[in-house]
Design a protein around this ligand. Structure first.
Ligand code: NAI
Ligand code: MG
Length: 500
């Protein structure tokens, strides 16, 4: 038999992944032990740039979730519950240092597994390090209060961790979302059971391995990989949980909240949006232009806070449209490890979902411009062209529904009232960007926009670990990031002493 003339692509990608891994991704972490899941079943690890299978993760289920919750409970009631806040902070700081040291390996894992262009996955790894650093520093600065009360009483509050926190992570920013959840939960003194997304689990396992190296005691952070309907559902329904955090789709968020409701545990939901840029005639357009496009095209539009609607006042509308269209024509999608503007979407399913919106748009709307796909990109990669539609009616489904792909809509508006009506006219409310030099208008818009974050003459502020983040309406509730996340991961106990 003749030997193969070259290494097949599948073997190449699996070798690339194996060469950066220092742990076995087919194992889950429970009580400090790496083990196969109870059923022994596995799921494929796919490279979205090529469609190739690079390895396997465990397909954990309810049995593994039971074991993980037991371990987390044991750790909470045992050593972790007695660990001083400053020591919790030191361990998180050590994790942060190790994440920084391994940032390039983590970025490569994410580029291969999630399809993120390398510069973006490196940014995610650094953001994870920054979350760990921020919450490391905050751990011993979380305090209760004393409350003036009647004569003869002393009243104070204790800020206590909930206990066992369940954290369900989506595939779009695995490291950042892991960071903002786990770092805050641990800093506040909780223990965690994490269920990463089935198509993007490898970096979470890597971070769990790093946590062990950093000295996090057994059972404090447990990771069970598996399907949403199996491991995810088992985690969200588990009566042993004390708090649940979820980032993902509205439909799954509704199930999660119902499950948390049955167990009467607090839940934080971050469910995406249809966030607007609002561009007024008096803005500094040269300053705004790169952000108008970049804030949606980042991660190929698979971002909860993607600015997928661009509302432009009439006086600037044509100019914005032409300048954005020019930029779109230059946007290239290609394999993540080559660092293009856009990587692939996460899966064939996501590509099909986004493709339907593009078809509806092409049939019913004005196509302003499209980008391209690198001609030699694998036909089995999940690439989608950057696509811009213009003069989109605000009630059109492309202006109302979260697409979660590289698709942006341009909507003209007349005045401030019109802009507000359109901006607030979806079921979502996550973030908004307002571009204007008029200070009074900035303040009015900031007050009246129905969102969790408003950006004036910027958008997203590079992720802003310090900045409380979360939605209103179907974008969810509860706040992550900043100090607010620590309040979410703790509860208040009021102690009232009568001493005469
Ligand atoms: P999803 O919401 O189903 O998945 C997110 C996470 O939830 C994954 O870890 C998944 O395994 C888990 N999950 C799924 N079903 C579950 C269940 N019944 N119980 C517990 N956990 C469960 O999102 P999916 O299907 O991957 O993406 C579909 C759409 O969701 C996207 O097109 C996008 O619009 C939206 N989405 C929004 C995100 C955001 O950042 N807000 C992130 C990911 C998706
Ligand atoms: Mg993958």
């Amino acid at each position: 038999m003749a030997s193969a003339p070259h290494t097949p692509a599948s073997a190449r990608t699996s070798t690339e992944l194996q060469s950066v891994l220092w742990f076995d991704p087919a194992k889950i972490l429970i009580d400090g032990q790496w083990r196969p899941c109870a059923s022994g079943h596995v799921l494929p690890v796919e490279n979205p740039s090529t469609g190739q299978v690079m390895g396997q993760i465990a397909r954990g289920d309810a049995a593994d979730i039971d074991a993980a919750i037991d371990a987390a409970r044991h750790a909470f009631e045992g050593p972790w519950g007695r660990t001083p806040a400053a020591e919790r902070g030191r361990i998180l700081m050590e994790m942060s240092k190790l994440v920084q040291q391994r940032a390039e390996a983590l970025a490569m894992i994410e580029a291969l597994d999630v399809g993120k262009p390398l510069h973006q996955s490196l940014n995610d790894a650094r953001a994870l390090a920054r979350y760990l650093e921020f919450y490391a520093g905050a751990a011993d600065k979380l305090m209760g209060t004393t409350i003036p009360y009647q004569h003869g009483f002393t009243v104070y509050t204790l800020r206590e961790p909930h206990g066992v926190a369940g954290i369900i992570i989506p595939w779009n920013y695995p490291m950042q979302i892991l960071g903002r959840g786990v770092a805050a939960a641990l800093a506040a003194g909780n223990t965690c059971v994490v269920k990463p997304a089935e198509d993007a689990s490898v970096s979470t396992l890597a971070v769990a391995a790093i946590a062990q190296e950093a000295g996090l005691p057994a059972g404090v952070l447990n990771v069970v990989t598996g399907l949403g309907a199996e491991a995810g559902a088992a985690l969200s329904e588990h009566p042993g949980l004390d708090h649940l955090s979820f980032t993902g789709s509205v439909a799954t968020g509704q199930r999660i909240q119902a499950a948390a409701g049955r167990n009467v545990v607090p839940v934080t939901l971050e469910l995406g949006g249809k966030s607007p840029h609002i561009v007024f005639d008096d803005c500094d357009l040269d300053d705004a232009m790169p952000t108008l496009v970049g804030a949606c095209m980042q991660n190929a539009g698979q971002t909860c806070s993607a600015a997928s609607r661009v509302l432009v006042q009439r006086g600037l509308y044509d100019e914005v449209k032409h300048r954005m269209a020019d930029m779109y024509r230059g946007l290239v999608a290609g394999p993540a490890i080559d660092g293009h503007d856009l990587g692939p979407l996460i899966s064939a399913r996501q590509k099909a979902l986004v493709g339907r919106y593009i078809e509806w748009g092409k049939a019913e709307l004005n196509l302003a411009a499209e980008g391209s796909i690198r001609p030699d990109a694998s036909p089995d990669g999940h690439f989608v062209r950057a696509t811009l539609f213009s003069e989109v009616p605000p009630d059109h489904r492309l202006a109302q529904e979260e697409i979660f792909g590289p698709v942006q809509v341009l909507i003209p508006f007349e005045d401030e009232a019109d802009a507000l009506r359109i901006a607030n006219g979806t079921v979502y409310g996550l973030i908004a960007g307002v571009w204007t030099r008029d200070g009074g208008r900035q303040m009015r818009m900031a007050r009246q926009l129905n969102v969790g974050q408003v950006y004036l003459n910027n958008y997203g502020a590079g992720g802003g670990v310090e900045l409380p983040f979360g939605g209103v309406g179907q974008s969810g509730h509860g706040r992550e990031k900043g100090f607010e996340a620590l309040y979410g991961f703790t509860r208040i106990k009021t102690v009232t002493a009568r001493h005469g």
